[in-house]
Write a protein that binds this ligand. Structure first.
Ligand SMILES: C[S@@+](CC[C@H](N)C(=O)[O-])C[C@H]1O[C@@H](n2cnc3c(N)ncnc32)[C@H](O)[C@@H]1O
Length: 468
């Protein structure tokens, strides 16, 4: 397809006009990248229509950059993109944002910042300039930095002295979830990623789906899987940070997401719902609050189940919810329930393991049992002809439509990166709807309906399947 650069620029202009008008209507201004973030400064104000408008503008803008810039430079910059992750982890765990918050708006000279972090100023200078070049921190005068829109998001909300004296609790303030997530990416993620190629080409590991045969396990020189490694006493800080990360990702979801994907209200009173791999019962708590007549059984590993019971009591939760230790790679003790629910389970595992767990659920299912999976559905990066891939047969799938010449491929879809992260940490993967269809069918389940959520690709979709 031939097109003019102006056609992309016009798409950007048209959508920016809509965003400008929305800002003006609510008496707000275009946020400055120089100022610290405030929730009111969000251009879209989380309005679904404005989020879609912003999505198109961003896609067109990114595509314009990729089109105009030389491919050589794009590949070089992409090849170096890990340096942003590593630099972010350094400034987060050296508490640079908090040091600059305490320094005030005039900022601080890099040698002073380095002194407070007890690191070499030459090294910190290089890292800060790399980030400031991506609008994370602002260089107000040569080698003098202050916080700006993006660096302020990394603030863990505590005094520097407290952060430095007790590193174990650095992420326990609720506002620190984004910092915890970025530090987790720049630590376990980055180290595991560095060994992915070696694992993919090692003849003994290359075709294994075992959660122990991963880039992460190779990088950390362990025979343990990610979960087992993190449960060791000397990994408490990493495990805690990971927990904060999970909480942060859940906060990106609208609170009602767990209950809107499936018509729970149509189930009979006393219907049995088994939350397989239900963790500490987070989703079950939401379900039982919205539908108190459901009888819910949360199944998970023994330690998690014990934590779940404790948490249920601490939070004084009520509802017909029981906890049961169960390994989902073995036959399920609950026969013929109304629903087997699995949220964020399938993306942790390679196909053979998913097939095993779904097969056990199929064996335990009755003819009317439904399988409800909540996980991300990865879009293709191409448009799909109507008769190809068997994709159009599912109702509820969101069809990505963008004004030409904007393409579907975009670096801003979270699910693409999340898939690689799952792969390198635990041999998991995010799946396309076709991959879900195939793995379901191989275990005796057929997809009946899908509820997909549009947007950044960060939200889980709900897939309902029936026994074949
Ligand atoms: C990503 S968490 C999802 C938890 C929960 N479904 C939620 O959405 O909050 C994955 C869960 O799978 C559990 N898990 C891992 N291996 C398991 C196994 N073999 N049997 C049962 N649960 C397992 C973990 O303990 C963890 O709670």
């Amino acid at each position: 397809m031939t097109f003019t650069l102006r056609s992309l620029a016009e798409i950007i202009l048209k959508n920016c006009d809509i965003l400008d008008a929305a800002l003006e209507k609510r008496g707000a201004h275009v946020p400055s990248l120089d100022d610290p973030y405030t929730p009111e400064s969000d251009v879209t104000n989380n309005d679904p229509q404005l989020l879609a408008t912003a999505d198109i503008a961003c896609r067109a803008a990114l595509q314009l950059v990729q089109t105009i810039r030389t491919p050589q430079l794009t590949i070089l910059l992409d090849g170096l993109s890990f340096l942003t992750s590593v630099s972010l982890r350094c400034v987060i765990e050296l508490h640079v944002t908090e040091i600059l918050r305490e320094a005030g708006p005039q900022g601080m000279y890099v040698d002073e910042i380095a002194k407070k972090c007890n690191v070499d100023p030459q090294k910190l200078r290089t890292i800060l300039r790399c980030l400031a070049g991506r609008w994370i921190f602002r260089e107000t005068a040569p080698d003098t930095y202050t916080n700006n829109r993006f660096s302020s998001m990394l603030d863990k909300g505590k005094p520097v002295a407290e952060l430095q004296s007790d590193p174990m609790t650095m992420y326990d303030n609720p506002q620190s979830t984004l910092a915890a997530t970025a530090a987790h990416y720049g630590d376990e993620g980055l180290k595991g990623a560095a060994s992915l190629f070696e694992v993919m080409t090692d003849p003994t590991l290359a075709f294994s789906g075992d959660p122990k045969d991963t880039g992460f396990s190779k990088a950390f020189n362990t025979q343990k899987s990610y979960w087992e490694f993190m449960e060791q006493p000397d990994q408490k800080a990493r495990l805690y940070r990971f927990g904060v990360t999970m909480e942060g990702l859940q906060k990106l979801e609208p609170p009602e997401l767990a209950v809107i994907g499936y018509d729970w209200g149509k189930l009979r009173d006393g219907a049995v719902v088994v939350d397989v791999g239900g963790g500490v019962g987070t989703v079950s708590a939401q379900l039982s609050e919205a539908f108190p007549k459901l009888h819910i059984v949360v199944q998970d590993r023994l330690d998690t189940i014990e934590d779940g019971k404790k948490r249920w009591k601490e939070l004084k939760r009520t509802g017909q919810v029981t906890f049961q230790a169960h390994d989902f790679l073995t036959p399920n003790p609950i026969k013929n329930p109304d629903v087997f629910l699995m949220r964020y389970i399938t993306h942790d595992w390679a196909d053979d393991y998913v097939k095993t767990m779904l097969h056990h659920l199929r064996e335990a299912a009755g003819p009317n049992t439904r399988l409800v999976i909540m996980d991300r559905i990865v879009p293709y990066t191409c448009s799909i002809p109507k008769d190809k891939e068997g994709v159009q047969q599912f109702t509820g799938l969101v069809e990505s439509k963008y004004p030409p010449p904007v393409t579907i491929a975009t670096p801003s879809n979270f699910a693409f990166g999340a898939g690689v992260m799952m792969l390198l940490c635990i041999n998991g993967q995010e799946r396309t709807i076709k991959q879900f269809d195939e793995v379901f069918a191989s275990a005796g389940w057929k997809i009946d309906s899908v509820v997909q959520h549009e947007g950044s690709g960060a939200l889980p979709s709900t897939i309902c399947a029936v026994p074949i």
